[in-house]
Design a protein around this ligand. Structure first.
Ligand code: GDP
Ligand code: MG
Length: 442
């Protein structure tokens, strides 16, 4: 499988103290072949390997990770980036109803998704309506009705006078009905063919024009293979889409199609369908998919262990310091921040501290440049100032601001946050909970 192959390619680097460019090239060559064999599209593979090679060659020596681990980390980060990075939220109309249009080949999983999405939206406090605009496939309307029943969501099906035989009319009257009956979200199921087909595409485009959707979700079977790119391009051109939904991720699909579609179209994967039941549905998280491709089982685990060991060592040192004479200095504060950045995994580190669960969310918005700013400011202080921040008076503050290229307000802000962090570290050392993030983010 793709993940086995990548794992293997990277494990041959293990145990090497330093990596030559040739070592890097050999591993990346292996990864390249593995991706191609897993049906990831050629331009995507080319782009991906070029970026990884460049970053690997430029990577600074890490204290925590050995060179092989560093490359795995880079591969993981690049996979995550290609898959769309942070998960985007669904868009809602300012004035309802919000319309989501589902598009994709027959058998991709659109009708099943309509039910899953409906249930999910209902759980989020919405009142969704499913609209059966697939009049192509025999029993498609009935299938949606069954799916809607299972999800506890209302279904708009064509009846005499409501556009029987005309999917555009069914969609249009469905949205009108939602408006009249106060449904706030409309999910429009559409027809698909086994292959890309001009007539079907035109029908989907006509429905789109009639209902003006906030999102067009392109549903694609994760096991589709090399056809993923042709299909995605055809839908991108024929109907356009704003989000991708990967279905059948419960199979042994390893993400080849996902990588191709997200990367080629630049549209993020938003949801994953992972089974036939109405609850087999989740937000798609690029980093988790990247882990799945890399198979956390082996190499990723090693990396985590290395990072954790480092965390624990430093945390213990820090705790001893605070428990001892209570001398938590600006230098320690800086070390703490640098450590967080170096590990690139604030979440993990904080996850290990008690009481940190609720602030994980805020960390999603963590700004790395903040660390640079803090670093610049602390670097502009004299060693004495770093150890004894109390002496930093007004004129010292303006000198530090000038030296680090920030405003005095920013220097003040840093000193305030340092004081907060210090208080927090003390209370943690006494065994209390953690009232805030070390370093004062969020
Ligand atoms: P549509 O033609 O795009 O509407 O596709 P359907 O929703 O009718 O799904 C086609 C088949 O795939 C059905 O048998 C579904 O039960 C099945 N299916 C849909 N999504 C998933 C999924 O995430 N996992 C699995 N295993 N089967 C799925
Ligand atoms: Mg269907």
């Amino acid at each position: 499988s793709l993940s086995d192959r990548i794992t293997q390619a990277l494990s041959s680097l293990r145990g090497k103290g330093r990596l030559s460019d040739a070592d890097i090239a050999a591993s990346i060559g292996e990864i390249r072949r593995a991706l191609l064999d897993a049906d990831v599209a050629l331009p995507v593979v080319r782009d991906f390997t070029a970026t990884v090679r460049e970053r690997a060659e430029q990577a600074e020596l890490s204290k925590v990770l050995n060179p092989a681990q560093q490359i795995v980390k880079i591969v993981h980060e690049e996979l995550t980036r290609i898959l769309g990075g942070h998960t985007r939220d669904l868009r809602f109309a300012k004035r309802g109803p919000t319309v989501y249009l589902l598009a994709g080949l027959q058998g991709a999983g659109k009708t099943t998704l309509a039910g899953k999405l409906g249930k999910w939206l209902r759980e989020q406090g919405h009142t969704p309506l499913l609209v059966a605009a697939d009049l192509q496939r025999p029993n498609a309307v009935q299938q949606l009705q069954i799916v809607g029943d299972g999800a506890g969501v209302a279904v708009w099906a064509p009846e005499p006078g409501n556009g029987v035989g005309n999917p555009v009319e069914v969609a249009r009257t469905g949205v009108q009905h939602a408006r009249d009956a106060f449904y706030d979200v409309v999910v429009v199921d559409t027809a698909g063919r086994l292959g890309v087909d001009a007539e079907m595409m035109q029908q989907a485009a006509d429905i789109r024009d009639a209902v003006d959707p906030q999102e067009i979700l392109f549903v694609i079977d994760a096991m589709i293979g090399q056809d993923a790119v042709t299909t995605a391009n055809a839908f991108a051109e024929g109907v356009g889409f704003t989000g991708v939904v990967l279905s059948k991720l419960d199979g042994d699909a390893r993400g080849g199609a996902a990588l191709s579609v997200a990367s080629i179209t630049g549209v993020p994967v938003m949801f994953a369908s992972t089974g036939e039941k109405v609850g087999d549905f989740e937000r798609f998280h690029a980093d988790r998919m990247a882990s799945r491709i890399l198979d956390m089982g082996d190499v990723m685990t090693l990396i985590e262990q290395a990072e954790r060991a480092f965390d624990e060592e430093q945390a213990a040192e820090m705790a001893a310091k605070i428990a001892g004479d209570g001398d938590f200095t600006l230098e320690d504060f800086l070390v703490q921040m640098q450590q967080m950045r170096q590990l690139g995994s604030m979440k993990k580190m904080l996850g290990m501290l008690p009481g940190m669960g609720q602030i994980r969310e805020q960390l999603e918005n963590f700004d790395e440049r903040e660390v640079d700013r803090v670093e610049a400011i602390v670097r502009s202080m004299t060693p004495e100032e770093r150890r004894t921040p109390k002496i930093i008076n007004g004129s010292r503050r303006s000198r530090i601001a000038r030296g680090s290229g920030v405003t005095v307000t920013e220097v003040n802000g840093l000193l305030d946050r340092f004081e907060q962090a210090k208080t927090m570290m003390r209370s943690m050392a006494r065994g209390g909970g953690a009232p805030g993030v070390p370093g004062g983010f969020g």
